[in-house]
Design a binder for this molecule. Sequence first.
Ligand code: KIV
Ligand code: ZN
Length: 410
Amino acid sequence: MTNSGKEKLIIFDTTLRDGEQSPGVTLTAHEKVEIARQLSRLGVDVCEAGFPIASQGDFEAVERIAKEVGPLTAGRHSNKPMVICGLARAVPADIQRAYDAVKHAPAHRIHTFLATSDIHLQYKLKINREECVARAVAAVKYAKSLGCKDVEFSPEDAGRSDREFLCQVLGEVIKAGATTLNIPDTVGYNTPEEYGAMIKFLVENVEGAKNVTWSTHCHNDLGLATANTLAGVANGARQVEVTINGIGERAGNTSLEELVMAIYTHPTAYPVFHTIDTYQIYNTSQLVTKKTGMVIQGNKAIVGANAFAHESGIHQDGVLKNKSTYEIIEPGVVGIPSNSLVLGKHSGRNAFRTRLEQLIQNSMYEDVLKSEPAVFEKLFVAFKKLADTKKRGVTDQDLLALLDDQLNMH
Ligand code: KIV
Ligand code: ZN
């Protein structure tokens, strides 16, 4: 609780786990560390860094993130380290592997999951409900027995699970020591009314519900992930699982930037506050696009190329008279410059410096650029060279790549 009477909303980012499960996306350990660093600058509270049993590469990536990024503070609005989390199926080998990878971080979490819907029990796991409860409880107890205090449990496909059965499983895992209960709409089937009602029902009916944090995890198969997540928050969830640019399995997960800016634009609608540094949103989105190769559609909310562009004469006229006529967010608040400068081979130092400064505000590059004029000159030369080869101008992604190459701060 804060003075304003609002409760903290924990932002759990799963770009490096569910996001990496996007078809066609594979990140190297180095790329995952780089994204994790940016997530800590952005201020996410929990970073689900991967699924350590999935491959040796993923184990090493999660371990490096735990060691190198784990000690960093979660953004400039928080004084706590980012929690590093690893995913595990509800079996000892997975849980042990996840623990071995995350344990190096000052704050670490094991996230274990088991399906609870009849469809999954019958066709995938081929077990009955009794066995399901037994496995879920054993998994949480095993994670606790390793010395991990922070244990999250997810009943996979909760969105299509029987509510009374969910209550039973969740009550038992709370008794076993789970500290966060995450409620996945794994296949993106729920509507906001259904999802919100499910969270309310669980918070009111599961034994011991008040002693744990309730979490949302929504997929976007019907384009409802952000709406469902907000419905969850309105009904008692205090953690949201999200990804940058909404990437993830099939149609993706709830997008961090949409969720955060929906709360920002409706400050009295939800009884929560968060510690995300909104000025870092655009940088982070660009970095994830660059590293995953998943291009965002132009009309993507908040971070798409057209999100703050006005085309029609009526809109342009309105915006020129007063921006609030057609803009609900100041682009600068999410780190996008209010006037877009097209950078090309004819651009001078001034335009280049202005765009660069907008792009890196509040990031670690800002100080370097201010204190070392030679670095700016080096970047300008590299920019001019690049601009000569680019037909459609130098993009923000190009500039970020230039910064990475020239400053070599990995
Ligand atoms: O969508 C899902 O059910 C998941 C779980 C592993 C939490 O990603
Ligand atoms: Zn998921």
